[in-house]
Design a protein around this ligand. Structure first.
Ligand code: PFF
Length: 460
């Protein structure tokens, strides 16, 4: 691999650090919370199958492309895009990929940090026995009480952001690599323990049938959109995180090999999370289709009614919090590395500024559940709007621009140079998928997902 640019941060020393950090970025609330409720709403196994196809054919080629950009540009997302567009003799406007990434990262983190804060609060509630022998109704009331307490939510969100600050301020090698290398194996072990526990106390067979026996009649158009959107979200594509992490990829390593390992681990964690959640859900006859409340209403209700459930439930929410930490770090890194490299700020100062911006933005999410509940923008709450703009608009736009730039603008020799250890077959397959499946696929699905929204806007 012949890199034209060298990153200033020493970065990952080993492939394992890159794999751990990237796995940490991909495994998060998306796996433990969003995947289960999306599968629940969209008929289980049929959704899982479509989701896996989206991962392999669309999201993974784009993820490889994003890591390639990072490893070629060797800088923060904005400067990386400046370097690679200069090299490709393309317009410097392509830097927009880096800008959008930094912005999307901060926007996603603004509500992500609020939900991460809830999970830590829930670990405490379960340990305190608040959910022991509770009813589903009471469990719902406890969640509503939390939503009605903005100060409490602000404190938990601040606690989460403080953890992120310490990790990101320490830099890539001493902070991010160390944190992810220790948290990731622990997360796997705890999740396996939780799945075993659930299989013993809950209805494991119903959960396995639900997750692995496809019922295609349940597949709607919405399910297809959700599957692709989630594939992008879970692999953390389009927010500059892979651009930032790719900048530190060690030389002479197989990028496709490392990305495949990450994708595999991400998928295993989603399935494990399903196996930890659904046996409880089914044994208590809760409808798996209850949507986003699944994790904060049904899951604690489930644990609360099982033997030793308060301990295992607390553990579950600690796992959620850990997963959110390693993802949060990846969301914060693009903007922080830009401030510290381009503006030459001391890294802790850059981290404190990004954390503060996120904390302030997060207030919109917190207040949208209580004092700003009445605010309605295009039929969405402020939280809904932030989620829509970042996950449904900025992420796919970022992914699409990356697919077009790498697939159609960058020279093939340069790409081959970055993927020099891969066989020609693998290289050609990846390039073909990126050009002819991923790029048009994202465009079609993106326009399709905007269609209902645009029509309601026009009718209004
Ligand atoms: N992949 C994370 C999840 O599934 O929760 C979300 C995410 C993390 C998106 C980091 C983007 C990112 F940079």
């Amino acid at each position: 691999m012949n890199n034209h640019y060298q990153s200033r941060d020493p970065g990952w020393r080993r492939s394992w650090s890159f794999i751990a950090a990237t796995t940490g970025a991909t495994i998060g609330l998306g796996n433990l919370w969003k995947f289960s409720y999306l599968a629940g709403e969209n008929g289980g196994a049929a959704f899982v199958l479509v989701y896996l196809i989206c991962i392999v054919a669309v999201a993974m080629p784009v993820m490889i492309a994003e890591v390639i950009l990072g490893s070629r540009g060797r800088s923060n997302p904005v400067d990386t895009m400046r370097h690679v567009s200069l090299e490709a003799k393309a317009s410097s406007l392509w830097q927009i990929i880096g800008w959008l990434g930094c912005l999307a990262g901060l926007l996603v983190l603004s509500y992500y940090s609020v939900i991460a804060g809830w999970s830590f609060a829930y670990a405490g509630k379960l340990l305190d026995g608040e959910f022991v022998a509770t009813s589903a109704l009471l469990s719902g009331d406890i969640f509503n009480d939390l939503l009605a307490a903005p100060k409490l939510m602000m404190q938990w969100q601040a606690f989460f952001l403080l953890c992120l600050f310490f990790i990101v301020a320490l830099g890539v090698r001493k902070g991010i690599a160390l944190a992810t290398r220790s948290l990731m194996p622990l997360l796997f072990i705890l999740l396996i323990a939780l799945a075993i526990y659930s299989s013993q106390v809950g209805d494991f067979k119903a959960a396995v049938d639900f997750l692995f026996q496809p019922d295609f009649s349940a597949l709607t158009q919405q399910a297809l959109l959700d599957a692709l959107g989630h594939a992008f979200f879970t692999l953390s594509i389009g927010v500059g995180a892979m651009l930032a992490y790719g900048a530190y990829v060690p030389d002479q390593r197989s990028i496709t090999g490392m990305v495949s390992t990450v994708v595999l681990m991400d998928t295993v964690v989603s399935i494990l999370a399903g196996l930890a959640i659904f046996p409880l859900v089914f044994s208590l006859n809760i409808a798996p289709t209850m949507g986003p409340g699944l994790m904060f209403v049904a899951v604690p209700y489930g644990f609360g009614n099982m033997i030793y459930g308060n301990y295992f439930g607390a553990l579950f929410f600690v796992v959620v919090f850990m997963a959110a930490i390693t993802s949060g770090v990846a969301l914060l890194e693009p903007a922080t590395s830009w401030l510290s490299q381009r503006c030459r700020w001391w890294r802790p100062a850059a981290a404190i500024v990004t954390v503060l911006v996120v904390w302030l933005l997060g207030l919109a999410t917190i207040f949208s559940f209580n004092i700003w509940q009445h605010i309605d923008i295009f039929g969405m709450s402020l939280f809904g709007l932030l989620d829509f703009v970042s996950a449904n608009l900025l992420l796919p736009i970022g992914g699409l621009l990356i697919a077009v730039f790498v697939g159609w603008i960058m020279r093939k020799e340069v790409l081959r140079d970055q993927l020099d250890i891969e066989s020609w077959q693998i290289f050609s397959l990846w390039h073909w998928l990126l050009r002819y499946i991923a790029a048009p696929g994202v465009l079609v699905v993106f326009l399709w997902s905007l269609y209902p929204w645009l029509t309601t806007l026009i009718i209004k």
